[in-house]
Design a protein around this ligand. Structure first.
Ligand code: PLP
Length: 453
């Protein structure tokens, strides 16, 4: 299988190269050249497979440059650190409402599904190419810790994660700084997230530095992330009651459009998921897009669901490419207009099977409270956004993207209970190691020169 760029101006690549490259050189995002089609007979065959086996059956269509036995063991290893035997269990709240819990991985958020796998793919790549790799990223929360836990202690790799000093939650900081692993560098910079991001951009723009250290970026657009996420949609679909499976709407808390895009791609591969609801917080670019056809940036307002505080939804470009019939010149036109004017207004926007809802910070605590009172079930602030406007005419499966234990303050304020998790308690006992740096490219460059593998 080859992977093409949504901007159509760069050669196609095999799976491992597309994963290693991340953003395509023409500025586009990689997608499979063709989408495999799963038939009813395939789905029947998949029905009882455990999660890692199902993941293998899915990914083998894409990762065709990795020998099957190797791919199988990479996948098996990637789902050993999940605390629930089902990996992605479904909890039924009532006849019409169920929750797919995607927070049983090592950092208690759904990003572990992709980043555990990505870490093992990087390790495999280091081994087969006889090269080391240095992974670099800036984070304001969940992505950094999930990436760190994907690469923890892996030979041939080092990971450098920058975050704004004093502006991540204490729990998130501990997840990054209390790993005990020699190849992990949690770097608190004295500046904002944007300062950290700007410094990284400068380093990545330096081609010589980038090549010398074989730098790879942690970001939300990596092909492996999207493909790994398709699997839990398939797994969940197969575990819904047969009678309501074809009717159920998947409701997905969304920021960068990465999570929900994976579900939609799976639907385009023949898995008959009825529809998707894109659930945003008050940073609602996607809600505006899906309700008015206008894709337009606006300032980010920090919210109680911080992992969805985004200005643009980078993975939208993948949806756009496929929904305009793989017309890369149309994608270039839209993205160029968007970049120069801050927006693009679609005439006849085709929303396919998507609808959207939005949820403000004023509403989130009330939703946490009402879900708790009604079902005795605690949702985190991101998952709460999904409950803002559930369909009245069909069953909903809500994707729970983080454990409530990651947001004890918000939950406590809403229902008076402070949720916890054994893994977070354990962190409090581990040694804390972070590095303080200035938020400028020169300081970070010197640090990497000193510590890179
Ligand atoms: C990252 C994240 C999201 C948003 O996911 P996207 O792929 O950006 O849509 C939602 N909830 C939580 C808890 C997250 O960590």
């Amino acid at each position: 299988m080859k992977f093409v760029s949504t901007r159509g101006q760069t050669p196609s690549l095999g799976f491992s190269d597309a994963v290693a490259t991340g953003l395509a050189p023409d500025g586009g995002l990689y997608l499979p050249e063709t989408l495999p089609q799963f038939t009813a007979a395939d789905l029947a065959r998949f029905e009882l497979l455990p999660y890692p086996e199902l993941c293998f059956e899915f990914l083998k269509h894409f990762a065709t440059d990795i020998p099957p036995a190797t791919l199988r063991s990479i996948i098996a290893k990637s789902y050993t650190k999940f605390a629930h035997a089902d990996i992605a269990p479904i909890v039924r709240l009532d006849d019409r409402t169920s929750v797919l819990e995607l927070f049983h991985g090592p950092t208690l958020a759904f990003k572990d599904f992709a980043l555990q796998l990505l870490g093992n793919l990087y390790e495999h790549q280091c081994a087969t190419r006889g090269q080391t790799i240095n992974v670099l990223g800036a984070t304001s929360g969940d992505t950094g810790s999930a990436a760190i836990h994907g690469l923890l202690g892996k030979p041939g790799t080092a990971i450098f994660i920058l975050y704004p000093e004093g502006r991540t939650s204490p729990l998130q900081e501990r997840q990054m700084a209390c790993t005990g692993a020699d190849n992990v560098y949690a770097i608190a910079v004295d500046g904002s997230f944007d300062d950290a991001q700007a410094a990284l951009k400068e380093l990545f723009a330096d081609q010589a530095f980038r090549t010398h250290h074989r730098l790879s970026a942690v970001n939300s657009i990596n092909l492996a992330r999207v493909l790994a996420q398709c699997v839990y949609y398939l797994y969940a679909y197969l575990r819904l009651p047969a009678a309501t499976r074809a009717e159920t709407e998947f409701v997905v808390p969304t920021g960068n459009f990465g999570n929900v895009l994976a579900g939609w791609l799976l639907q385009k591969m023949g898995v008959p998921i009825h529809s998707f609801k894109v659930a945003t917080n008050q940073n609602d670019i996607l809600h505006r897009l899906f309700t008015t056809g206008d894709y337009r940036v606006s300032a980010v307002t920090p919210s109680l669901a911080p992992s969805m505080d985004i200005q643009v939804s980078s993975n939208f470009e993948r949806f756009l490419y496929l929904s305009v019939g793989r017309d890369a010149s149309k994608v270039r036109e839209v993205m160029q207009t968007f970049k120069t004017t801050g927006g693009y207004k679609f005439e006849d926007f085709n929303r396919d099977t998507f609808s959207a809802s939005r949820c403000t910070d004023v509403e989130i605590p009330g939703i946490i409270k009402s879900v708790y009172e009604r079902y005795g079930y605690i949702v985190d602030p991101h998952t709460a956004c999904a409950f803002a406007d559930l369909a009245k005419d069909r069953p909903s499966l809500v994707l729970a993207t983080a454990s409530p234990a990651k947001f004890p303050d918000t939950i406590k304020a809403a229902i008076g209970i402070e949720p916890t998790d054994p893994s977070l308690e354990l962190l409090k006992k581990l040694p804390f190691k972070k590095h303080l740096l200035k938020a400028d490219a020169a300081a970070i460059r010197a640090f990497i020169d000193q510590h890179a593998v």
